[in-house]
Design a protein around this ligand. Structure first.
Ligand code: UDP
Length: 308
């Protein structure tokens, strides 16, 4: 297959590019490098089947030649990033989704949208199943990401229904691993970098809020299983093992042997109180489930942050 990956120089996008190349696909990565980084694809640039286009996907996309699949992964994804780039976040989820769907339609390509557990907002159903409509504050600071992704899902289904585009939607839950930006503001990267530097670990609020963390190799395997499947409609891909943020902080201290203290900082506005994917659909439709335990994934990621 020849696959277009938007956000191809980002954290998840670059892992996807590598996995696609490794299985024999050709990849065209597109990224405007707002939050992506060419270092993430440095090792891929020399591979003949890989090409990179620096472009903002909210503008018209022109990719010469045949395309078999379009994977739309461009977007700021850390709350710190989308609060810093609120309008770009809204644009890439709306206009960017429109442009990439247009590309898929023109090429007769399969389309896969990177959606998010944030479509569930601060969920009142626990764990979250795909048929839950969510609890999102549209005008709060996080609304720029949540609503952009909700719109993106609606646009994707409209292109499927009106134009017959063959679509997939993955709802990605908190994912971590090598190639996260050390200071991207997300909890795993913050805690690991802080622990390794001997700085205090910043727990927001009392730390009782929960998340369920998926190691990137598991996440990418799930996304490719969805791409290759016949399932149209959103599928949760995440690790259902749920932890409080305080538990995560303690685990990071234990794994890194760090003597850092834990300090508390104000809880961001609309920070979801709990999050855990129900992955029954992924298990039954894709035969997928995560394999890497949290401690192993954290140890691998710590090693990567600690390199050089
Ligand atoms: N968080 C924290 N300390 C940090 C960064 C984040 O306590 O230094 C908390 C944040 O308030 C949230 C959870 O960790 O409850 C996950 O935050 P992240 O930014 O990784 O992603 P989110 O799931 O909120 O999109």
């Amino acid at each position: 297959m020849r696959v277009v990956v938007t956000g191809g120089a980002g954290f998840l996008g670059s892992h996807l590019c590598r996995a696609l190349l490794d299985r024999g696909d050709a990849v065209v990565a597109i990224d405007n490098l707002i939050t992506g980084n060419l270092d993430n694809v440095d090792d891929l640039l020399a591979r003949g089947e890989f090409s990179f286009i620096e472009q903002d996907v909210t503008n018209h996309l022109d990719v010469p030649g045949a395309v078999d699949a379009v994977l739309h992964f461009a977007s700021p994804a850390s709350p710190v990033d989308y609060l810093e780039h609120p309008i770009q976040t809204l644009k890439v989820g709306s206009l960017g989704t429109h442009k990439t769907l247009g590309l898929a339609k023109a090429k007769g390509a399969r389309y896969l949208l990177a959606s998010t557990s944030e479509v569930y907002g601060d969920p009142q159903v626990h764990p979250q199943t795909e048929d839950y409509w969510g609890h999102v504050n549209p005008i709060g600071p996080r609304g720029v990401y949540d609503e952009a992704k909700r719109f993106a899902e609606a646009m994707t289904m409209a292109y499927h229904r009106c134009h017959g585009v063959d679509v997939r939607i993955v709802r990605i839950f908190n994912t971590f691993g090598e190639q996260m930006r050390p200071r991207d503001g997300r909890v795993v990267s913050n805690f690991l970098v802080q622990a390794l530097a001997g700085e205090p670990l910043t727990v927001y609020g009392d730390g009782d809020q929960t998340r369920s963390f998926c190691y990137v190799a598991d996440e990418v395997r799930g996304i490719l299983a969805l791409l290759d499947s016949n399932y149209v409609g959103p599928v949760n891909i995440g690790n259902p093992e749920e932890h409080t943020v305080l538990e995560l902080a303690r685990l990071v201290l234990e794994l890194t042997g760090s003597a850092s203290e834990i300090v508390h900082r104000p809880l961001p506005v609309d920070d979801p109180t709990q999050r855990k994917p129900d992955i029954t659909l992924a298990r039954t439709e894709l035969g997928w489930e995560p394999e890497v335990p949290l401690a192993d994934g954290l140890a691998r990621t710590a090693k990567w942050f600690g390199r050089g």
